[in-house]
Write a protein that binds this ligand. Structure first.
Ligand SMILES: [Zn+2]
Length: 389
């Protein structure tokens, strides 16, 4: 087999010749929009078939070329005029390297030590769950994760008040002391002025079938979610504090959620899409028919992501909020109908899903016992305050 010269000539990039032997050159690059790794490598105009050699080496690993995304980073290191090293980074956990070994290139997944920790996190709300997460030194992703497990009972756009407290037992994936991401929310409590006290616990009913339950074994889930908006990052520049909503008005046949354009709108319950498109004063509209003659509508959307007749499931993002039709500012108009007549979505009390089967209760109680203790524990801040003379 003929070995091609592994020269590191970077043509057409304004990079000077590498004839000067004892140099190391490092080229950092990001994957651009609509670009594959192969395109990005060819664009470097490495001499010979170096791009193919790197790709070939990666093919021998678990590298997934279809998962290459804009923003992924890679680096080509040239030493003494030859490509010596290539690495590709999607995240701290997802990195690959290709090294030169004589005439060959060898690819491998870079081993990153990741530790799963179980942490108790306490958030004290001043303005929003998002800000509370940042104030507690957490990544704001935790706000989205927590809003998700309380979605049947707490509307994080309407029900949040100053001095509300959230506590969670949550998995953290950590590498070298740095948080990479959160895992599952194992247990969480919400204590709030408008909401009261809510507690949810994650429990695996059988392998692969996980749900959230309340401490007494009743389901945390309901047929309908509390809010048509998936909790997302809402910056204060929109004036989104914790009273984003105009009051419910009966004549108005629904509830307005003032929210920046592009906020994800999700189906509050499983159902079938009955309308999806532009409907006069409603602007872009999605309506969904649910069981027991319920129907929900979501109006003034910027983007509709479903089509008529499509089955949707609870928490599925069906649209993005907007300001279309007869709308005086960015908001979602949310309406609820029963047997074709408008009803107030804020005063409905929807049934909970099936409780935990009786025979699972002992195991459930044993599983959640440490989490209950963690949720019950006196917050560190309170202890400190008590200790002060
Ligand atoms: Zn409205």
């Amino acid at each position: 087999m003929r070995v091609l010269p592994l020269a590191c000539a970077l043509l057409g990039l304004g990079i000077s010749s590498l004839a000067d032997a004892s140099t190391t050159r490092i080229l950092n690059r990001r994957i651009e929009r609509d670009e594959t790794l192969a395109h990005a490598l060819y664009a470097l105009q490495l001499s010979g078939n170096l791009a193919d050699a790197i790709i070939g080496a990666l093919q021998g690993t678990d590298f997934d070329f279809r998962r290459v995304r804009p923003g992924d980073q890679f680096r080509v290191v040239c030493r003494d005029g030859q490509v010596d090293f290539f690495d590709f980074r999607q995240s701290t956990e997802r990195q690959w390297t290709v090294r030169r070994d004589g005439d060959r290139f060898v690819g491998m997944r870079r081993a990153v030590e990741v530790e799963k920790q179980i942490a108790t996190v306490e958030l004290a709300i001043d303005t929003s769950l998002w800000d509370a997460a940042i104030a507690a030194g957490e990544d704001p992703d935790i706000a989205v994760a927590l809003a998700d497990v309380f979605a049947w009972d707490v509307d994080f756009y309407r029900d949040v008040r100053t001095h509300d407290r959230v506590r969670a037992v949550i998995e953290k994936f950590v590498s070298k002391g740095r948080l990479l991401r959160y895992g599952e929310v194992l247990a969480a409590s919400y204590e709030g002025a408008a909401v009261g006290r809510k507690r949810v616990f994650r429990y695996e009913l059988e392998p692969g079938r996980v749900s959230y339950f309340q401490q007494d074994g009743s389901s945390a889930r309901k047929t309908f979610l509390k809010s048509p908006l998936k909790y997302a990052h809402i910056t204060s520049r929109y004036g989104m504090r914790f009273h984003p909503v105009l009051k419910y008005q009966k004549a108005h046949n629904g509830v307005d959620y003032g929210t920046p354009i592009g906020t994800p709108v999700w189906a509050v319950a499983d159902g079938t899409v009955t309308r999806a498109g532009h409907f006069g004063a409603n602007g872009n509209l999605v309506c969904v028919r649910h069981m027991n003659a319920w129907e929900t509508c979501y109006a003034h959307l910027s983007k509709v992501m479903v089509s008529r007749g499509q089955r949707v499931v609870q928490k599925q993002v069906i649209a993005l909020s907007g300001n279309t039709g007869r709308s005086t500012g960015p908001h979602v108009h949310f309406a609820l109908k029963r047997n074709g007549a408008f009803v107030n979505p804020l005063t409905q009390n929807f049934p909970r899903a099936e409780p935990l089967p009786k025979d699972k209760l002992p195991d459930f109680e044993e599983t959640i016992a440490p989490w209950v203790r963690a949720l019950d524990a006196t917050p560190v801040a309170t202890l400190a305050a008590t200790a002060t003379p």
